[in-house]
Write a protein of this length. Structure first.
Length: 166
């Protein structure tokens, strides 16, 4: 059985106070215009002993892919999750919750085909000059293909985690 799905502004949820035991905020707080307001709202809908699990990335998440991307576009790509990361998200949730713990999840992404990585990069909203996007993606694909042919796979460190807030 799946929970109901609703599209709403995280800073103005259409739910009563104290309505939930658990709230999951997976890789989404950094998209909110006012992150602090969203965290306050998530706390409002939690019961007194409820828990918020706010998942996000470390700034070094997929750094190897970012380096290839940066080489292709001539600058460091914009960070999607930089507004609420494992490095800077703690004070935001600690301002609202009394008990905040951080659980880190480090791993490795191993990809044997450049295609999924190119589609991932193409889907990101980190491009500021759209006319150079196709050219940059072609260069990134050439670089990834060379690495995959040489090493058998492209490898990147994954660094994510969750703030567990009560």
């Amino acid at each position: 059985v799946h929970a109901p799905v609703l599209v709403a502004d995280a800073a103005q949820l259409p739910f009563p106070d104290d309505g939930f035991e658990r709230v999951l905020a997976p890789h989404m707080l950094y998209h909110c215009p006012d992150i602090s307001a969203a965290v306050v709202e998530l706390r409002r809908v939690l019961r007194p002993r409820g828990v918020l699990i706010a998942v996000t990335n470390d700034p070094s998440h997929l750094a190897e892919l970012d380096a290839i991307h940066a080489a292709a576009i001539g600058r460091t790509p914009a960070s999607v999750s930089g507004r609420f990361s494992l490095d800077n998200g703690g004070p935001v949730v600690e301002a609202v919750f009394d008990d905040v713990r951080l659980a880190r999840f480090d791993g490795e992404l191993v990809v044997g085909d450049a295609g999924p990585l190119i589609r991932y990069l193409a889907s990101m909203m980190t491009w500021t000059v759209d006319d150079a996007k196709d050219e940059a993606l072609a260069e990134i694909e050439r670089t990834l293909t060379t690495i995959i042919q040489r090493d058998g796979a492209f490898r990147a460190r994954t660094r994510a985690g969750a703030f567990i807030c009560r």
